[in-house]
Design a protein around this ligand. Sequence first.
Ligand SMILES: Nc1ncnc2c1ncn2[C@@H]1O[C@H](COP(=O)(O)OP(=O)(O)O)[C@@H](O)[C@H]1O
Ligand SMILES: [Mg+2]
Length: 231
Amino acid sequence: MIKGPTGCGKTRFVEAMAAKAERPLVTVACHDDTTATDLLGRHLVEGGDTVWQDGPLTRAIRQGAILYLDEIVEAREDVVVVLHSLADHRRQIYLDRLNETLTAPAEFMLVISFNPGYQRGFKELKPSTRQRFVGLSFQYPEPAVEAEIVAQESGIDLAMAKRLVAFAGKVRNLQEFGLSATASTRLLAHAGRLMHTGMPPRTACHVGVIEPLTDDDDIRSALQDTANLIL
Ligand SMILES: Nc1ncnc2c1ncn2[C@@H]1O[C@H](COP(=O)(O)OP(=O)(O)O)[C@@H](O)[C@H]1O
Ligand SMILES: [Mg+2]
């Protein structure tokens, strides 16, 4: 169970771990219409016949892959029910349409992620679900590391990447703006890529970081003033 703000590297981490472990990775981006059927599979009509098609969860179990359920809290309640038998000692799912019980092989791994700060009202992961996982909390990397990441991801030089990270540090400290999200590593990499194509740094910061963060005129101009001092 990986927790952390958007754009801090959760998905990238899982991709890197899968590559390192040389395991196939099956990723599902969950949303509020994601149902158990979407994950398990369904019968499809194919020219007069009905054929069963495995969903990503079933496929991942059969392959012994790493299954990554991104933004798990968004998914429908029935998804969580399926996960319960899978994520405890049983390691099983029941496919009622096929009347088949599938047991996960030892290589199968389940990773879930979510953003704990995100306002989602009543949507929260239940204790009975959370307690089936081991947990890791992610934050934005420390400045020196983040600058290296931004330079690497975007192709800009380290000195400019450090300035972008310094700008992000200021934005992250501006709690009083009540921004629902803040300048993530993802946004810094975006701005860096724009600079790498030749866009002036202040403009890149404006369209790559500030506009994606807020629609409020006053906050936008305050953030731009901050950017102009650093870049
Ligand atoms: N810690 C990190 N290491 C490497 N790249 C990162 C990191 N954090 C963010 N990025 C960059 O930002 C992009 C989005 O990161 P991602 O892993 O999708 O974030 P999350 O899943 O936490 O929302 C990545 O494609 C990468 O370019
Ligand atoms: Mg992600």
